[in-house]
Design a protein around this ligand. Sequence first.
Ligand SMILES: Nc1ncnc2c1ncn2[C@@H]1O[C@H](COP(=O)(O)OP(=O)(O)OP(=O)(O)O)[C@@H](O)[C@H]1O
Ligand SMILES: [Mg+2]
Length: 222
Amino acid sequence: MIELKNVSFAYVSEDVLRNVNLAFGPGVTAIIGPNGSGKTTLLKLAAAIYRPRVGEILIDGVNPWSASETVKLLARRNVVYVHEKPIMLRGSVADNVAYGLRVRNVPAEEVAARTEEVLELLGIKHLAHEKAQTLSAGQQQKVALARALAVRPKNLLLDEPTANLDKNGWETFIELIKELAREGVCIAIATHDRLLAMRLADRIALVENKIVTFVESPEHTG
Ligand SMILES: Nc1ncnc2c1ncn2[C@@H]1O[C@H](COP(=O)(O)OP(=O)(O)OP(=O)(O)O)[C@@H](O)[C@H]1O
Ligand SMILES: [Mg+2]
């Protein structure tokens, strides 16, 4: 669970988000709102990539900005943020997926097993040995998601995860997220994909005019 309490944030002088109070609890929170309203900013605050100007964020009860370096690292490791524009590291798809596990000191055998498992889940096992940086946008998006899922984070923050996916990729994505939500993972998804929000959202956060509002608790259709 990630909580934001009275959070305000500015990149330069003017606030982009003001006095945000919300919790990304178990299940799916869809974050919607116009271009430039602050959805990505909100996710990066929740991931402790950006530090609030005012207020605090709690990752599973821990404020990563006030804790010691060790506690901060542990808190951050419970969160995975998947970028709007996925960043591929040099090396193969399998290397990219394994990366998050290696930095978490997961034993080599388990790294291999989990890498294979998520590549299979996302239907990209055949790409395992391709160079990640030369893949198409949609393929890279799947690799980024595979890298995130391999870590089995308790908190998963996804920024426009379906922007480049084809119909099959989209359906696979929806089913995967539904399963994670059932398992109690806290998932927040910034999206312009209305069908995604309808199928997945347990709650919706609307970001507009610097303010975040919970607009409804839809009974999703999926
Ligand atoms: N690194 C930055 N430096 C300065 N201003 C920024 C930076 N990143 C974003 N902004 C500004 O903050 C505001 C919110 O941007 P953000 O990327 O969070 O919007 P968004 O809701 O994710 O938009 P989109 O739907 O296009 O992805 C915008 O006005 C943007 O110009
Ligand atoms: Mg964005």
